[in-house]
Design a protein around this ligand. Structure first.
Ligand code: FES
Ligand code: FES
Length: 164
């Protein structure tokens, strides 16, 4: 099959690659760019393990062809760290509030949390639960994930206030 050139920004870096038109974005990220943080759970847009951020929206990357992301700005879990490579606020909060067990859902959960808190910096518990409704976790029962998101929200809001 003939390949198509795509160009996009991934975690702040310009990327230019040749892909088959049928290549799903999750496969491109994991197999061609070696970004194995986004996971493959269902490949049918149910579990959210493959969630990433594209042009300011949460997207399940198993639902898109790579060619559809041509020109896009993409952030994966690998781009959620601080500039020095240390864990970002949301990652720290998940760790401290025990918002994970096996960790399979965690990259998708954290990238989804990133966008959720951009859209709503002070979500209620119900808004958090609704906001992560597209991300399934088989281990935690969600209690500590909600606590982790609440912790991240209060820390990010504190940082914002301190910067004002
Ligand atoms: S792998 Fe994409 S939603 Fe499950
Ligand atoms: S921590 Fe295991 S699936 Fe969520």
């Amino acid at each position: 099959m003939s390949k198509v050139q795509v160009k996009m920004t991934v975690n702040g870096a310009e990327v230019e690659e040749l892909v088959e038109p049928r290549t799903l974005l999750i496969h491109f990220l994991r197999e061609q760019l070696n970004l194995t943080g986004p996971h493959i759970g269902c490949e049918t847009s149910h579990c959210g393990a493959c969630s990433i951020d594209i042009d300011g929206a949460s997207v399940k990357s198993c639902t898109m062809f790579t060619v559809q992301a041509n020109g896009a700005e993409i952030t994966t879990i690998e781009g959620m760290t601080d500039a020095d490579g240390s864990l970002g606020v949301i990652q720290e909060s998940f760790m401290e509030a025990h918002g994970l067990q096996c960790g399979f859902c965690t990259p998708g959960m954290i990238t989804r949390t990133h966008r959720l808190l951009q859209e709503n910096p002070n979500p209620s518990e119900a808004e958090i639960r609704n906001g992560i409704a597209g991300n399934l976790c088989r281990c935690t029962g969600y209690q500590n994930i909600v606590k982790a998101i609440q912790l991240a929200a209060s820390r990010l809001n504190g940082q914002r206030e301190a910067a004002e």
